[in-house]
Each structure stands twice: as structure tokens, then as C-alpha cells.
Ligand binder design. Structure first.
Ligand code: NDP
Length: 224
């Protein structure tokens, strides 16, 4: 049975990914940073879901999760968690606190999780970080959502740097599309089920390729 660890599964796309991989017959380790919500708890009835605690910005919690994974081999490590701050502020109006918080949460912490948990990923396994099309430097012709864009561009750069040091594993920066969640809002174009189905299909095709890839949920390659 294949095993995936998904970080950030209390709601939104992360919760949808847990459900999708359980439906596909996988063993799922799902992390939350506070009390697991009923929708996630309900999925424990499958007998293939293990819920773990992880506040991604807490290095001690990352280290203890790595210890608790002793003896577990992951086929996919998927760091999904992320935040959106200062959505409408041009960059000069973003406070130091918000800029630091979004960079630490969206870029530094995911790679700390990757570095700490990579020893538990199968030698030809896949490491995924949830980025955004807004993280593409090449596609940024409109500006806007600037602190968030910068954090996802930093995440992409750090993921590529990691991949250069770990070329056998496949490293994917995944763009989920614009999805109806607390972050995406009700006006988004995709429902969670469509996004996560596409993400799982895309990761199945990328498995074993090695190197770094910036992919969208529908399998398209995104320019870095
Ligand atoms: P939500 O805001 O609905 O959910 C965010 C998830 O991340 C929650 O489970 C939240 O946990 C968790 N989280 C946030 N900060 C931390 C932290 N420090 N430690 C642990 N968990 C944390 O977002 P989405 O589901 O929409 O987004 C998921 C990912 O997809 C994010 O990385 C986002 O940037 C990305 N994305 C989303 C898009 C969209 O349209 N929705 C578009 C492009 C990218 P808690 O409930 O405890 O706060």
C-alpha cells in the first residue's frame, strides 16, 4: 500500500487531498496544528488515516514528527499548508511583521519540513510543496497580492535548490488552480474535489521522473 503524508489538512485543499488519497486506497498521514475537525476525524473510519500534530513554523514540532515517523516510508511527502496575508497591499505598504510571517510560513517552514522528513521518503519518492501560479516570476505581468507572490516565488526557489541536492527524488511545486476555500473565496473557479483529483492524477504521472517540476493541477507545466 502506498503512503502519503500531507501537512495542513484541517480544511480546504489539504482536507480534500486526504479524502482523495483515501479513496484511491492509500495510507494517509494527515497533519493538523490544532484539534482535528470532525470532517477529518470522520475519515478515520477507513482505518488508513493517521492524524498527527504539526505547527509548521515550530522547529521542535517538526523534529518530533520526524522522530515519530521512524520505520515509516513515504511515497509522497506533500506540504500543503500556507497563508495569505496583506492581499491588497502594494509591497511598500506591507508591514515587516506580515512580510516576515508570510515568508516564514509559506517558504522557510515548508522546506524545513521537507529537509526533516526527506529521510522518510522512498529513494525514488515524490516531495511536493503547494505553490501557486502567483509564484511564477515568468507569468507575473500584473502585480498584485505581492507579499504572497513573493513568498510562493521564494518557496519555488527553495524547492528547486533542495531538488538540486536530491536529484533522485521527484520534487514538484504544485499549483492547485483557483479553488473555492477559505483562502480562494467563493468566487474561485474550481471546487476542491476537481482540484485534488487533478493533483493526484498529475502526481501519479510525475512519479519516478526525478528533478524539479512546476506543475498545475491539470498536468500543465508552469514557467518558473
Ligand atoms: P485554507 O486557508 O483553506 O487552508 C490552509 C491550511 O493550511 C489550513 O489547514 C491551515 O490550518 C494550514 N496552515 C496554515 N498555516 C499553518 C501552519 N503554520 N502550520 C500548519 N498548518 C498551517 O487554504 P487552501 O486550502 O485554499 O490552500 C492550501 C494551499 O494551496 C496553500 O499553500 C495555498 O497557498 C495554496 N493555494 C491555494 C489556492 C486557492 O485558490 N485556494 C490557489 C493557489 C495556491 P488551520 O486550519 O489550523 O489554520
Amino acid at each position: 500500500m502506498s503512503t502519503i503524508l500531507i501537512a495542513g489538512t484541517s480544511r480546504g485543499i489539504g482536507l480534500g487531498l486526504v479524502s482523495e488519497y483515501l479513496e484511491r486506497g492509500w495510507q494517509v498521514i494527515a497533519t493538523v496544528r490544532s484539534e482535528p475537525p470532525p470532517d477529518l476525524r470522520a475519515l478515520e473510519r477507513t482505518g488508513r488515516l493517521k492524524i498527527e500534530r504539526l505547527e509548521m513554523t515550530d522547529r521542535g514540532q517538526i523534529a518530533s514528527l520526524a522522530q515519530r515517523l521512524a520505520g515509516t516510508q513515504l511515497d509522497i511527502l506533500f506540504v500543503n499548508a500556507g497563508i495569505l496575508l496583506a492581499r491588497n497591499d502594494p509591497i511598500a505598504q506591507v508591514s515587516d511583521e506580515d512580510f516576515a510571517r508570510i515568508l516564514v510560513t509559506n517558504a522557510l517552514s515548508p522546506l524545513r519540513v521537507v529537509e526533516a522528513l526527506a529521510p522518510h521518503v522512498a529513494p525514488a519518492g515524490t516531495i511536493v510543496v503547494m505553490t501557486s501560479g502567483l509564484g511564477s516570476v515568468a507569468l507575473n505581468t500584473s502585480g498584485g497580492t505581492e507579499a504572497y507572490r513573493a513568498s510562493k516565488a521564494a518557496l519555488n526557489t527553495l524547492a528547486r535548490s533542495y531538488a538540486a541536492r536530491d536529484p533522485k527524488r521527484t520534487v514538484v511545486a504544485m499549483g492547485p488552480g483557483w479553488v473555492k476555500t477559505d483562502m480562494g473565496g467563493p468566487g474561485a473557479v474550481l471546487d476542491v474535489a476537481t482540484s485534488v483529483r487533478g493533483i493526484a492524477d498529475t502526481l501519479a504521472k510525475a512519479a519516478g521522473k526525478g528533478g524539479s517540476h512546476f506543475l498545475k493541477y491539470n498536468g500543465e507545466t508552469v514557467p518558473w
